[in-house]
Design a protein around this ligand. Structure first.
Ligand code: HEM
Length: 168
């Protein structure tokens, strides 16, 4: 009979003695019994969870600029928020406009900062660029842009970007 290595005594007194296994591979067979394998894997899994899952006690988080009060901007007012000032200070704040809404993207400095690939959108209305999938100068207007020449697909794209910024 296969004997499992439980720490408690079995109900049957005769079975409680740790007698060597006969004819079944002895200790190895006992170790490799399904329940022992299961317990070994469980222990390893729990050990992994305890040791591997540990995070540093405090991950220093980027200081956040206080949110701005809701307000209107002219294209010229928006341009002041192009993130060219000291990062993490008011002068480093980055705003971009999409479909008439202004979003604070200061935390996405790697994208929208002066060195970022989408830096051209900083302090601007990015709608035309996002709608036409372009980061070229031609996709950015200094004056108010009514976007009236854009087609339905480009508008759809603008609205998708708008939703993405809204959700961020
Ligand atoms: C070959 C062309 C392009 C490639 C390979 C590319 C690739 C990427 C990648 C890898 C990201 C980061 C995604 C993430 O980590 O969440 C990103 C973000 C972004 N891309 Fe592009 N991109 C391309 C062109 C463009 C163009 C033309 C535009 C503008 C119309 C654009 C707009 C953006 C914006 C706005 C983000 C930032 C999203 C955020 O704030 O999280 N991309 N892009």
């Amino acid at each position: 009979m296969r004997r499992y290595h439980f720490p408690w005594k079995m109900a049957d007194g005769a079975e409680s003695e740790a007698a060597p296994e006969s004819g079944e591979g002895g200790l190895l067979a006992e170790l490799l019994s399904p329940i022992n394998l299961f317990l070994i894997f469980l222990c390893l899994y729990l050990l992994y969870k305890i040791v591997g899952g540990r995070r540093p006690a405090s991950v220093p988080s980027k200081p956040r600029l206080p949110p701005m009060k809701k307000r209107d901007f002219s294209p010229q007012e928006l341009q002041k928020f192009d993130g060219r000032g000291e990062p993490e200070t008011e002068a480093g704040r980055i705003l971009i406009a999409v479909n008439g809404k202004v979003f604070d993207v200061s935390r996405g400095r790697a994208f929208y900062g002066p060195e970022g690939p989408y830096g051209i959108f900083a302090g601007r209305d990015a709608s035309r660029g996002l709608g036409t999938f372009s980061v070229d100068k031609e996709a950015i207007r200094d004056e108010y842009d009514d976007l009236s020449d854009l087609n339905a697909m480009q508008w759809e794209s603008i609205r998708e970007w708008e939703q993405q910024f809204q959700a961020a």
